[in-house]
Design a protein around this ligand. Structure first.
Ligand code: ATP
Length: 233
């Protein structure tokens, strides 16, 4: 459903992505792994239209996405839940969620809100609470709920487990599995490699702005280089 071909991108004259190509099939959870600073966030920025690539192409469900166009990416169903959540702390939970559906029209937004509140009963209890006063785990759920309001076909989750307690990390991965079981295709960028490869079907390893290793999750879990670099074996 997602085809990325030979993406090059960077900041100023510094090249960060040096020819990234990858494919996702509908219904997959695919992990994007890699050390800090290799370009994962930059890649997400290009996918979601926040950053215009220098060259290369992206297509979603066969249709090319215009480069650097966040609205086109959203309308096509490519939704990023960014690292660090970026919720609006002074707005309520309801207002944050409502904003997530801003491209979808009033009736769809109301329907999407019902769906999100079914998925996250905790958010339903706290609709009138200011988002900045929610716990870290609740804020992460809000960030994902806001993403779901946009009706993703492909959901990109950038480090959703970051800063969560071990129990909430487990809950987060269980949630990712449920969203996928409901039919959502997910690109999961994570440092928590072990849990990620337990929930993902396949994975890519990015090093220095390029994909260097590709495999099924069991293959990656058994890969001796990966075990040394990321799994602490
Ligand atoms: P992390 O897991 O730490 O977020 P990452 O793999 O997501 O790392 P990026 O955030 O994409 O990596 O950063 C890749 C490189 O691009 C880094 O060297 C970073 O310093 C640089 N970089 C990122 N954003 C900018 C920016 N706005 N301006 C200049 N350089 C940037």
């Amino acid at each position: 459903m997602l085809e990325v071909r030979d993406l090059h991108a960077g900041y100023g004259r510094v090249e960060v992505l040096r020819g990234v190509s990858l494919d996702l099939a509908a219904g997959e959870i695919v992990a994007l792994l890699g050390a800090n600073g290799v370009g994962k966030t930059t890649f997400n920025g290009v996918l979601s239209g926040l950053l215009k690539p220098w060259s290369g192409g992206i297509a979603l469900e066969g249709a090319p996405l215009p480069a650097g166009d966040t609205k086109a990416a959203l309308d096509a169903g490519l939704v990023l839940v960014p690292e660090g959540r970026h919720i609006f702390p002074n707005l309520t939970v309801r207002e944050n969620l409502w904003l997530g559906g801003y491209r979808r029209g009033r009736a769809n937004r109301a329907r999407n809100l019902d769906h999100v509140l079914d998925t996250f009963p905790r958010l339903a209890e706290r609709l009138a609470q200011r988002a900045g006063t929610m716990s870290g785990g609740e804020q992460q759920m809000l960030a994902i709920g806001r993403g779901l309001m946009a009706e993703p076909r492909l959901l990109i989750l950038d480090e959703p487990s970051l800063g969560l307690s071990p129990i909430l990390v487990e809950e987060m991965f269980a949630l990712i599995g449920r969203l996928n079981a409901d039919g959502l295709t997910i690109l999961l960028v994570e440092q928590n490699v072990h849990l990620t490869l337990e929930v993902a079907h396949r994975g890519f390893v990015m090093e220095n702005g390029a994909i260097t290793v590709t495999g099924s999750a069991p293959e990656l879990l058994a890969d001796p280089d990966l075990q040394r670099s990321y799994l602490g074996v």
